[in-house]
Design a protein around this ligand. Structure first.
Ligand SMILES: [Zn+2]
Length: 198
């Protein structure tokens, strides 16, 4: 059996679970002493990590874990603001991945095109349905997607989806199976978890 190569490991300051660094959220201290989300894990300085779960973030605050990690430079932490930052960071990542799928051509957008594609044999990993899609069309797409075992996310409005694709309003986008879709699925799972918890 092939050995799966592990990336750098870090420990969640709240639940003490050790995971691949990429599966955790990194935090740093800003010059003013406030704790910030470093979603891309690129900011300089000492970092603290938690799981991507609001509960671990809140526990870290409750147990003063950030204070312990950052010692002298730490001044304050606002769990509500941090959660908000985290959600925004995930949303931003999703937007940029959709932008990348547009460049790679690994997607179909628009309800008619997506419905036609879903009816044929197709290899989509996920679909994103606008929150303001008409109920009937939304249901039709969901039924087809469920039949094909395709992940469904309800995110953004029609205008936003169109904008991400550099087009007019689009009510749905379907992304083909591949590495890009895998990354998107990863972020969509996180997003769902974070939004559901709040
Ligand atoms: Zn944790």
């Amino acid at each position: 059996m092939a050995v799966v190569e592990k990336g750098p490991q870090r420990t969640c300051v709240a639940c003490r679970q050790t995971k691949d660094k990429k599966q955790l959220v990194r935090y740093v201290v800003a010059p003013d002493g406030a704790v910030l989300v470093d979603y891309r894990q690129r900011l300089p300085g000492r970092g603290a990590y938690t799981c991507i779960a609001t509960q671990c973030l809140l526990d870290a605050v409750k147990k003063n874990s950030f204070q312990r990690c950052f010692k002298g430079r730490y001044r304050s932490v606002d769990p509500v603001a941090l959660t908000q930052q985290l959600i925004m960071a995930v949303e931003h990542k999703i937007s940029s991945l959709i932008g990348m799928s547009r460049k790679s051509g690994q997607f179909i957008a628009g309800s008619n095109s997506v419905i036609a594609a879903l009816k044929k044999e197709s290899s989509f990993a996920l679909i994103i349905i606008a929150t303001d899609i008409s109920v009937a069309i939304g249901r039709k797409i969901e039924t087809l997607a469920l039949r094909g075992d395709i992940y469904i996310a309800h995110l953004y409005d029609k205008q936003k989806i169109g904008q991400l694709l550099g087009k007019e309003e689009r009510s749905v986008i379907a992304v083909q199976t591949g590495l890009l879709a895998d990354s998107l699925l990863n972020e969509l799972h996180m997003y769902r978890q974070l939004v559901r918890e709040n």
